[in-house]
Design a binder for this molecule. Structure first.
Ligand SMILES: [Zn+2]
Length: 252
């Protein structure tokens, strides 16, 4: 009787053993009970509504821009905005990072100007740099470093830049003035280097006569650097004149 009903419902199963039906029923029960159908449905539904919302916003923005197209400038601007919207719609929609980034405030700094900066750092003085890996509006720190900023021995200081709060200072010195100061700094480094090597020689010399000679030479160079710093309004750094300092310390 049972087999008759089954064969009428699904022809070909009348020869199956009874336990095959039990397995099918158990699998069906597991599918119904343990798979979170509701969650899957909600997620799909949410994504669908989100897509609709983005599309509506995109169309709305596009309409707004169309009404704005009055002058040539407006056309250029709206074209630019249109592409932004396209990226928002394309990436913001499918990439969860997009929405996170929109909420996050960009960490920005600006570079304090130095009177004797080198030509690598000069372009970045009193300009805003983003510390984020990507930025739409300003250069990122990685890009600035790639262009030479913060090289070994760089003295520049980065200060916090808060949008709409921080007032960006104007450069006080011209590039020529900075170049002049920079060259003086190089001359000072050269003198410091000279003093370091005399001191090194003195440390490794046993000959009495030669030592006297070296001491005189050292005195001469020390007077020279003192005078040079005084004349050019530079600060003498005696730590730089020690014979056993690292390359990094020579410039800091
Ligand atoms: Zn620098």
């Amino acid at each position: 009787m049972n087999n008759l009903i089954l064969s009428s419902l699904a022809p070909g199963v009348e020869g199956w053993p009874w336990w095959a039906f039990v397995i099918i029923i158990v699998v069906a029960l597991v599918l119904v009970m343990f798979i979170p159908w509701k969650k899957i449905y909600n997620r799909k539904n949410r994504r669908y509504h989100q897509e609709i919302k983005y599309k509506e916003k995109f169309v709305e923005d596009k309409e707004k821009e169309n009404t704005k197209r009055l002058s040539k400038e407006d056309v250029v601007k709206s074209k630019k905005k249109k592409t932004d919207n396209f990226f928002d719609a394309a990436f913001g929609n499918y990439n969860t990072n997009g929405s996170k980034q929109a909420i996050k405030v960009e960490t920005l700094i600006y570079v304090q100007e130095e009177p004797d900066s080198c030509e690598l750092c000069r372009p970045f003085e009193n300009t805003v740099i983003s510390l984020e890996p990507y930025s739409k509006n300003v250069i990122t720190m990685n890009e600035a470093i790639g262009k030479g900023y913060h090289h070994a021995g760089c003295k520049h200081v980065d200060l916090d830049f808060i949008n709409t709060v921080t007032i960006l200072p104007k450069n006080q010195w011209t590039d020529e003035e900075k170049q002049q100061r920079f060259e003086l700094r190089l001359k000072q480094y050269k003198l410091e280097n000279e003093i370091r090597s005399i001191k090194y020689e003195l440390d490794n010399c046993a000959d009495k006569l030669k030592r006297e000679e070296l001491k005189k030479k050292l005195k001469k160079y020390e007077t020279k650097i003192e005078k040079f710093c005084e004349e050019n309004n530079l600060e003498r750094n005696e730590k730089h004149e020690l014979p056993f300092i690292s390359d990094l310390e020579k410039f800091n």
